[in-house]
Structure formats: structure tokens, C-alpha cells
Design a protein around this ligand. Structure first.
Ligand code: ADP
Ligand code: NI
Length: 214
């Protein structure tokens, strides 16, 4: 393994010590491996892909008072310390800055392939069985309700319905997780996402069935 990648792994592991289980080193490791798998099917700069995957959640604004610039600052400082050249630093920072689901409205029109790959990998780790586990872990971390029976959330809800179901962990499937398969950039990403999407639909069916004991 390339020495810069090895150093980056050590740096990220140490930085993310004690992180919430859905956003910890193991999330990074899965995204890194998924990124490498997708990268095999695309013509791309593998080092940019790997560095971006490893650094993409180094300082998630959710856990840092909404600070959107901290991750860029920490990553630049680290990469400069490793003597990574400026062009590559800028490519990696571009991925980190534009990867998020939240920012999809403001995303640049043409995405570099390295961003497409790491974004697919990050989104794939949000769905399927791992997605279910991460989402309930995050909901527990926030002390949210799992579900509220007054309203079964669904895609395309009215604003009022949305408000009522908002804040439950099950609702997160409808506001985000079930939308991800159609946002995949790469063919390989689409393939992996499909199986995981279908698993979530089955999970939700079973969840409602078990909730409604009759
Ligand atoms: P992004 O940075 O792409 O917007 P997030 O970091 O917000 O994505 O979300 C990553 C994962 O954290 C989600 O896929 C989900 O598992 C969990 N998560 C985020 N927000 C919530 C929420 N409100 N309820 C439950 N899980 C959540
Ligand atoms: Ni991530």
C-alpha cells in the first residue's frame, strides 16, 4: 500500500476515536473499500479516490456545530504535511466539499469521476442492512422515536404530514434513504444499490407487520 494512504488511515483512525458508530472509522473503512471496488470499473485517479474516501467525514458539520469548513482545513493541513501536491490536494478537497446529500441542490453540474465514485460509496453505506443499523444507531444517539403509529410516512407526503412524522427514525428512510438508489452516479453503484434498496423495502414491510400486532 502506498505510504500516504497508510499515513492517512492512521490519521483518520486516531481522529475518529469515540465517534458515533454510524460515522466512525468502520464507516470510513467500508466507504474506502466500496470506493476501490467501484473505481475498478471506472477510468479515474485511484489515489484521489482513496484519499477522499478516507478523509470525507474527518469533521462532519453535524458533530461540529455546523462548521462546514473544518473538514477542509484539517484535510489540507494533513495533506500538506504529507507533501501531497497542490493539484491533488484541491481534487481531494473538492470531493469532501461536494459529497454530501444535504448539498445536492447546490452541487456542481459536472462532477469529476472521483467525486462520483466516493459519493456512490458513501450513499451505498447509508442503505441496506448497514444502512438500517446506522440509522437506528443515529436515532438512538439523538434519543429520537423509532416510529410513530399516527402516521405511516411515505414518499411525496404533504408538508403537514411530513411535519407529523418528522423526527422519527423510520421517517429518515422516506426523507433520504429510499431516494438514494436513484441518485447513483456509476453503473457499478447502481447495481450494488439495487439489492440494498430492495432489502430496505422488505425491512419496512416487516417492521409495520410486527408493529401492528393483531
Ligand atoms: P450526508 O452527510 O450525506 O447528508 P449524513 O451524514 O447526514 O449524510 O447521514 C449519514 C447517515 O447518518 C444516514 O444515512 C443515517 O444512517 C444517519 N442519519 C443522519 N440523519 C439521521 C436522522 N435524522 N435519523 C436517523 N439517522 C440519521
Ligand atoms: Ni460518510
Amino acid at each position: 500500500m502506498n505510504n500516504t494512504i497508510q499515513k492517512t488511515i492512521e490519521f483518520v483512525k486516531q481522529k475518529l476515536e469515540g465517534a458515533e458508530a454510524g460515522h466512525d472509522w468502520f464507516h470510513i473503512e467500508r466507504v474506502w473499500k466500496l470506493s476501490k471496488k467501484i473505481a475498478k470499473t471506472e477510468n479515474c485517479n485511484l489515489e484521489v479516490v482513496e484519499l477522499s474516501a478516507l478523509l470525507h467525514d474527518i469533521a462532519d458539520p453535524k458533530f461540529h456545530n455546523g462548521d462546514e469548513t473544518l473538514a477542509l482545513k484539517i484535510s489540507r493541513e494533513f495533506l500538506e504535511g504529507q507533501n501531497v501536491d497542490e493539484v491533488m490536494i484541491q481534487q481531494v478537497l473538492f470531493v469532501i466539499q461536494n459529497i454530501s446529500f444535504k448539498n445536492r441542490g447546490e452541487a456542481p453540474k459536472v462532477l469529476p469521476i472521483e467525486l462520483k465514485i466516493v459519493q456512490d460509496a458513501d450513499r451505498i453505506d447509508a442503505i441496506g442492512a448497514i444502512g438500517v443499523a446506522r440509522t437506528f444507531n443515529f436515532g438512538g444517539f439523538k434519543n429520537n422515536l423509532m416510529y410513530h403509529p399516527d402516521l405511516k410516512p411515505q414518499l411525496n407526503m404533504s408538508k403537514e404530514e411530513y411535519k407529523k412524522s418528522n423526527g422519527t427514525t423510520i421517517n429518515h428512510f422516506y426523507e433520504k434513504l429510499l431516494l438514494l438508489k436513484d441518485l447513483m452516479n456509476t453503473e457499478e453503484g447502481k447495481k450494488i444499490a439495487k439489492e440494498r434498496h430492495d432489502f430496505m423495502l422488505n425491512f419496512l414491510d416487516q417492521f409495520y407487520k410486527e408493529w401492528n400486532v393483531d
